[in-house]
Ligand binder design. Structure first.
Ligand code: CA
Length: 228
């Protein structure tokens, strides 16, 4: 495993990149370098990397957004880099789908150890076709963003897809409208909670016979689970 690991590091500080590069080279880890979030996302699309090391404070597109964007199409392990004293919300990072985080300054050796541990943990997963998510009769293809029920493609708008995808990746958990607005419509955007209701209604219509996958918890919010 050690010799063919491909790492994408997204880090704007040259010194940090150099430090990591030296450590990776020692371990024969192939390194892709991006200096901002935008370049990071485009390099991620173009290269089939095994793991992403992602700085949070980045020019162009910040690390949180990069993390969320990557998670829309991939299960690739992500390690967040955070500066000491930087306001860092661990839980938020994990909710966005990061697998681990490390606080700067760190020893490159420790980073390599974390990378290896993470790859061992996710090794079995990555061999599967992870772009397919099945929840009962609903099949979601993360790459093509298609939703298929009984061999039929369900036409969803972008936000309907994201709402369904979010609920499907967090099954049996009840989310209130504010949480869904935050997760699906964007971190800093606080919109009208009724937007959520409208989208849930549309989603249910489109799911047809399978609308009962989405349950309303009165006075709280919504959850998705396979009906018994
Ligand atoms: Ca930075």
């Amino acid at each position: 495993m050690d010799s063919n690991i491909k790492v994408l590091m997204i880090e704007d500080e040259e010194k940090m990149r150099d430090l990591m590069k030296i450590a990776f080279k020692k371990e024969s880890i192939e390194t892709f370098e991006a200096v901002d979030g935008k370049q990071g996302l485009s390099m991620f699309k173009d290269n089939n990397v095994d793991i992403v090391v992602l700085d949070i404070m980045l020019p162009e597109i910040d690390g949180w957004t990069v993390c969320r964007e990557i998670r829309r199409s991939s299960n690739v392990p992500i390690i967040l880099l955070t500066a000491r004293g930087e306001e860092f919300d661990k839980l938020f990072g994990f909710e966005l789908g990061a697998d681990d985080y490390i606080v700067k300054p760190f020893s490159p050796k420790e980073l390599v150890a974390r990378i290896k541990a993470l790859l061992r943990r996710t090794d079995n997963r990555s061999n599967e076709t992870t772009h397919i998510l099945e929840i009962g009769e609903i099949i979601i293809n993360r790459l093509s963003r298609e939703v298929i029920i009984e061999e039929r493609i369900i036409n969803l708008t972008n936000k309907e897809y994201e709402l369904l995808y979010f609920l499907a990746t967090n099954p049996k958990i009840v989310f209130n409208r504010e949480q869904l607005l935050l997760k699906v419509w964007g971190y800093e955007q606080y919109g009208d909670p009724r937007t959520v209701d409208t989208h849930i209604k549309k989603l249910r219509e489109k799911l047809g016979d399978f609308s009962n996958y989405i349950t309303t918890i009165w006075g709280v919010g919504y959850k998705l689970e396979v009906p018994k």
